[in-house]
Design a protein around this ligand. Structure first.
Ligand code: HEM
Ligand code: 2DC
Length: 473
């Protein structure tokens, strides 16, 4: 017989105590490990209440399947209140990330065609490939200047620039030039603001931002400043393209058969309001920096610790380069192990600690009845490290994604279904091309044996700098 909701295990009966413990244990930075601890204590399902944040947490792929079957026609995630509060405060429109219901769907359908439909990859590849080539050229220059045969560096800042340059080139069809010698201080400010925006979100997940605003708290003020910088700079980029379209400079590029970028296409399509376009383009620009750069850094970290695997990947890339004869799309189809490596990175180092949905119907999970309207979270980080779900989870082994191990609801780094990551196509193409260029040119070596852990700054990031040696082949 099915057990009632109120019998769910967990510490949910006292939200205030949980918040207090969280604070004491520095839980905010350690949420991912607390989740593993909770699954070990309570089993594969538990309920948790941190302040007013009330959720049911699951870990098994089979339960993930049940969850996503109950997400309904308008899948709804946990609402990141600091982000909506900022927009309300500044009277700005929500983009797809924050919209819900029919408004979300009608915007998302239009954006899908320009950003994630399989056919757009052909437009992105030449742009992103050029950025990859520039990155490699920059590294050669740095190695030369170092006076050694290698460059020893924490690549985080370089990867931020690579990621922003990449997403910018796709959105605007133009280059920022961030991989040149002198970095534009405005671009640096934009990048720093995204990191600060994420960081200041975390404490406000559990304390209503409205309250913090009225108290004039520092975290809210910093959060507002960060978003202001993000929106102002995105606005400037958007205005530029808008102007180019009016003076028909952009139309000339289209006439020449060149891809004008996501924004210009959206503006010319005329299916979304300017305010809606601005809101979603800003989200894409902001969402495209820390996510891919962190995933790439983790991948290089793993490759530096697995030299045989690195050579195997290099062999795959070189052979794909040879057989594809300059056809980049074909080349991307010939690197299955490289794609598996990206999946493997997201298993051990997911960007999102969990995926969440408000379920639209009553469901039964682990023999408990969960009523419609409940917030259910799939613990991605915990799932990726569970030995019940992944044999030898501690081992970085991309080939597990190519062989017989079941993949059923196990590769969810970008989320699931119609509400999955809108930037997925950009992210995957950008990361594949980056790794191709790096493997073709350099050997990645570790500088230290120390294992690097994750820390939660809304997204999961390395807890300390990852320093690597980059050496020409
Ligand atoms: C949503 C992961 C890169 C823009 C999401 C979600 C995840 C995710 C887990 C929630 C999906 C769900 O609820 O099912 C990632 C990872 C990335 C990445 C792992 C890179 C490794 C990007 C990039 C962009 C982007 C490059 C922008 C170009 C977005 C947007 C949403 C989203 C706009 C909200 C979509 C909606 O609500 O309809 N991402 N992301 N992401 N991501 Fe990404
Ligand atoms: C954070 O408890 C932990 O892709 C919360 O590119 C639940 C939660 C809700 C939404 C998640 C968020 C977590 C992590 C960051 C995500 C976000 C949805 C989209 C966002 C996963 C798991 C992200 C990083 C977007 C951000 C775009 C933004 C900068 C405009």
């Amino acid at each position: 017989s099915v057990r009632p909701f109120k019998e769910l295990p967990g510490t949910w009966k006292n939200g205030v105590v949980t918040v207090y413990n969280f604070w004491k244990l520095d839980g905010f930075k350690n949420i991912h490990n607390i989740m593993i601890h909770n699954f070990n204590t309570f089993g594969p399902i538990y309920r948790e209440k941190i302040g007013s944040y009330d959720s049911v947490n699951i870990i098994n792929p089979e339960d993930a399947a049940i969850l996503f079957k109950a997400e309904g026609h308008y899948p709804k995630r946990f609402r990141v209140e600091p982000w909506t509060s900022y927009r309300d405060y500044r009277h700005r429109e929500y983009g797809v990330l924050l919209k819900d219901g029919e408004d979300w769907r009608s915007n998302r359908v239009v954006l899908n065609k320009e950003v994630i439909a399989p056919k757009v990859q052909g437009n992105f590849v030449p742009l992103l490939d050029e950025v990859g080539q520039d990155f490699v050229a920059r590294i050669y220059k740095k190695i030369e200047r170092s006076g050694q045969s290698k460059w020893t560096i924490d690549l985080q800042q370089e990867l931020f620039k690579y990621a922003l340059e990449s997403v910018g080139s796709v959105l605007y069809g133009e280059r920022f030039g961030l991989l040149q010698d002198h970095i534009d201080p405005e671009a640096k400010r934009f990048i720093d603001s995204i990191t600060l925006m994420f960081k200041t979100t975390t404490p406000m997940l559990y304390i209503p931002p409205g309250l913090l605003r009225r108290l004039g708290s520092r975290v809210w003020r910093e959060h507002v400043e960060a978003w202001d910088t993000i929106f102002n700079q995105a606005d400037r980029c958007i205005q530029n393209i808008y102007r180019e379209l009016r003076t028909s400079k952009k139309e000339d590029t289209v006439d020449q058969g060149k891809y004008p970028g996501v924004l210009a296409n959206l503006l010319m399509m005329d299916k979304l309001s300017i305010e809606d376009i601005k809101a979603s383009i800003t989200e894409l620009m902001a969402g495209g920096v820390d996510t891919t750069s962190t995933t790439l850094l983790w991948t290089l970290y793993e490759l530096s610790r697995n030299t045989d695997l690195q050579e195997e990947l290099r062999a795959e890339v070189l052979s794909a380069r040879h057989s594809s004869q300059g056809d980049l799309l074909l080349m991307l189809k010939s690197v299955p192990l490289l794609k598996a490596a990206i999946k493997e990175t997201l298993r051990l180092h997911p960007v999102a600690v969990n995926l969440q949905r408000y379920i639209t119907e009553d469901i039964v999970m682990q023999n408990y009845l969960i009523p419609a309207g409940t917030l259910v979270q799939l613990g991605l980080y915990a799932m990726g490290r569970s030995h019940r779900i992944f044999p030898h989870p501690e081992v970085y082994r991309p080939s597990r994604w190519l062989r017989t191990e079941s993949q059923y609801f196990r590769s969810l780094g970008f989320g699931f279904g119609p509400r999955q990551c809108l930037g997925r196509r950009i992210a995957e193409t950008e990361m594949q091309l980056f790794l191709i260029h790096m493997l073709e040119n350099f050997r990645i070596e570790k500088q230290s044996k120390v294992k690097v852990q994750s820390t939660f700054e809304l997204i999961l990031v390395p807890e300390r700098p990852i320093v690597l040696n980059i050496r020409p082949l």
